[in-house]
Design a protein around this ligand. Sequence first.
Ligand code: PLP
Length: 315
Amino acid sequence: MDRQVSALPTLGSRHVDPHNYPSGVAYLDGQYVPVSEAKISVLDYGFLHSDATYDTVHVWNGRFFRLDLHIERFFGGLERLRMSIPYDREAVAEILHNCVALSGHRSAYVEMLCTRGASPTFSRDPRDAVNRFMAFAIPFGSVANAEQLERGLHVAISNRVRIPPASIDPAIKNYHWLDLVRGLYDAYDNNAETALLLDFDGNVAEGPGFNVLTVKDGRLTTPATGVLPGITRRTVFDLCAELGIEAAATTVSVEALRGADEVFITSTAGGIMPVTRIDGAPIADGKVGPMTRRLKDLYWQRHEDPAWSSPVRYP
Ligand code: PLP
């Protein structure tokens, strides 16, 4: 396997502006290529029907964080969507290591994905399509920027309903993001920085790429259903179990959210991120709370812990 980016084939990049893409390396069709040259067909059902699943893991200071959990969730999605790829878990891990190593990034956003693919006859029968596995590593990115991480995000509650789990199982990590993206535009129109969507019953669900947690009287709660079972959210539960802090996945009403002592969101893209305003009103005193800070510090410390992280196999 060639691990040199400089030796990668060029794929006719005449019409591609490489500056339109973050720097990184992708794997598709058995090759590692610069991200700017990683292309899929317009006939791929992943693109035409959003018929795809994916997972995102991050690398921080040269180490993957909880890679095994991300690969496990990805394979769960493949199975439920009846997709198959010619790689087992170890081979996928190897490809992800290679993407990061070739990119040279010490902190990276690393995605593995599978699309339904295309069929030679443009058949309507999904069984005729040839599934396609791809992966890429680009620089680490966060839902919240440095300033927002310090002072807390300003969030707007969207009046759009998150796609219900009876329609699409949220445990299959997916690209059905139109509700989330439209929620984001609504949030920007309301001078907020990101959105929180509710479920069909009017309770809190999740936001564009993150779960939400509340702290009240030292207890944590997070929505139990209608959300992606986030690995960062799970990590918070694991940390709480170690610290003896009560944490429950349950129903979270909008009143409970607004009346919380602290609110934070969780994502592989950014970790534990404080929320200090909802619809313009401060959460408690409007400052980042002590529980959020404590969990956030611990979360990042654990990125050095061999029980939860593994070194990238750089050349
Ligand atoms: N919810 C949605 C819709 C997401 O897309 C994501 C991550 O991308 C999350 C929650 C958070 O999950 P994780 O902590 O595994 O990154």
